[in-house]
Design a protein around this ligand. Structure first.
Ligand code: MN
Length: 502
């Protein structure tokens, strides 16, 4: 289970009006309860869906929107117009709604009752025009929202509802999310820096630094018994060469990472932090850069990024929460080195240490090697190959007046040749739509070298995440061309100057 798991629920609100009389409204209420029960039973939404009484007036609509906004457990609101619900009644409520909004465009009955359909039936099942009236006002208000159309019993519709609910959870968690940085950004680096106040205004993320000395204090307080207990877990979970365990100096190096893991985790739990960053340039008083420690905390569900990169650390957490329980996994990632053989080009993704073992296929080894950077002692790290499959790389970058969520769909492949001297975990992928377009599109878009890499969360969810937060969204995907990416960038540039994306 993911660390710091939020206890959320999703509210289901059905819109109508008093025009129809009590018998019809009773039927509307019954039908929407059946829908909620069916969606809960489908199991695609990871949080309980809570039925709310039908809203029939501006007063009732405002009341439910205000309650949703105030309720800490409410991650988002699904709205459905079973009948016609005049949308001027919705303006007041929608303007105060502070939770992710889904317009669920469905109808109670899947099939027309061909032999018996009459005007009463038509008047009860009005989503086809009721949701359009409602959709007009959400469009006119320019609300941040998602839209899903389809019958509520359809498997694909249920899957998409699940995807939206996952996004709603990540958005709402972020609204009050706390993130800690040990030290500052790597000096002189542009893309990992940025405006933390702007991020808090738009995403809610509260990002604060602590001097690494705070960590040193906690590392020194870790007891030998705690370390021994964790070492037993390492031995059970990973492949460790006997020479490592039998060489006192190497064993001591491994224990340094165990102490770091215990100390950082205690800090995160105590402060209710969802993600953290470290910096190899700011390790004063620590013996090693957290490697194994950062990897294991990521595997528990914490977000992480290196070199003080708070945007990627918080994004890794959001993507981990979105993907929780789905097949696939999520890690901090960096585009490291290319293979440029004509027709077989690919990207070797890795980091100096910190790739999450949740993405591994095959054995995960603990190894100790020099870092070659930062001037500290040799850190232990987990070394493995990433599982092949369809994946996404997502990068949140800042342009001064806005944040851009940039996504590249990629295909991760089995490593074609062993790399016995590579001292770190790795993933190997080919960008979509092709290697050259993937790279040129990314660089035109100003994307970072750091990403949230995921085989669990695809572009569909990432786009919903951007929609719900009002982030600029650019995807280099299977059907993209360099022209389509550059046109998107040009249009977004104009929209940004009009004040969108904030
Ligand atoms: Mn890096």
């Amino acid at each position: 289970m993911i660390a710091q798991k939020p206890e959320f629920e999703i509210w289901f609100v059905t819109g109508s009006q008093d025009l129809y009389g009590p018998a019809t409204l009773e039927q509307v209420a019954k039908d929407s309860q059946v829908v909620v029960k069916g969606l809960n039973a489908a199991g695609t939404v990871p949080y309980p869906i809570v039925w709310k009484p039908t809203v029939r007036s501006a007063e009732e609509i405002s009341a439910v929107c205000e309650a949703a906004t105030a309720d800490r457990k409410c991650a988002g609101v699904i709205t459905w117009m079973h009948t016609f619900s005049p949308a001027k009644m919705w303006i007041r409520g929608l303007l105060v709604l502070g939770k992710p909004l889904l317009q669920f465009h469905t109808q109670f009955h899947r099939d027309l009752p061909w032999g018996s359909i009459d005007m009463d039936y038509m008047n009860l099942h009005q989503s086809a025009h009721g949701d359009r009236e409602y959709g007009h006002i959400t469009a006119r208000l320019g609300l941040k929202r998602s839209i899903i159309a389809g019958h509520w019993q359809d498997k694909e519709t249920q899957r998409r509802l699940g995807a939206w609910s996952r996004v709603a959870g990540a958005v709402t968690e972020g609204r009050s999310g706390r993130y800690v940085r040990f030290g500052d950004n790597m000096r002189e680096v542009a893309v990992t820096d940025g405006d933390k106040v702007a991020a808090q205004i738009q995403l809610g993320w509260s990002i604060n630094s602590y001097g690494v000395g705070e960590l040193v204090k906690r590392v020194n307080a870790v007891t030998p018994a705690q370390v021994d207990k964790l070492l037993e877990e390492y031995k059970k979970t990973y492949v460790i060469a006997p020479e490592l365990l039998n060489t006192p100096k190497q064993l001591e190096r491994l224990k340094v990472q165990a102490r770091l893991e215990i100390a950082i985790e205690a800090f995160l739990v105590e402060g209710k932090y969802l993600a953290f960053t470290t910096s190899f340039e700011d390790l004063y008083g620590l013996d090693q850069l957290p490697g194994l420690a950062a990897q294991r905390l990521m595997a528990k569900g914490y977000g992480f990024a290196g070199e003080g990169d708070w945007k990627t650390a918080a994004l890794v957490r959001a993507v981990k929460l979105m993907g929780e329980g789905l097949s696939g996994a999520t890690s901090f990632m960096e585009d490291y080195t290319y293979h440029l053989e004509g027709g077989k080009e690919m990207v070797l993704g890795s980091h100096m240490l910190e790739i999450c073992p949740s993405i591994a296929a095959g054995p995960v080894k603990i190894e100790i090697h020099p870092l070659g950077i930062g001037g500290k002692d040799d850190p232990a790290r987990l070394v493995f190959n990433a599982a092949p499959g369809e994946a996404t790389n997502a990068s949140l970058v800042e342009f001064g007046d806005r944040f851009r969520l940039l996504v590249n769909e990629v295909k991760t492949i089995a490593v074609p040749h062993e790399m016995p001297k590579l001292p770190v975990a790795q993933a190997m992928w080919i960008p979509y739509p092709d290697f050259r377009t993937g790279l040129e599109g990314w660089i035109w878009s100003g994307g970072a070298h750091h990403t949230a890499y995921s085989t669990a969360v695809g572009a569909e969810m990432l786009q919903m995440y951007a929609d719900q937060l009002g982030l600029e969204y650019v995807c280099i995907g299977k059907t993209s061309t360099l022209e389509s990416v550059r046109q998107t960038l040009a249009v977004q540039e104009l929209l940004a100057h009009k004040g969108n994306f904030r």
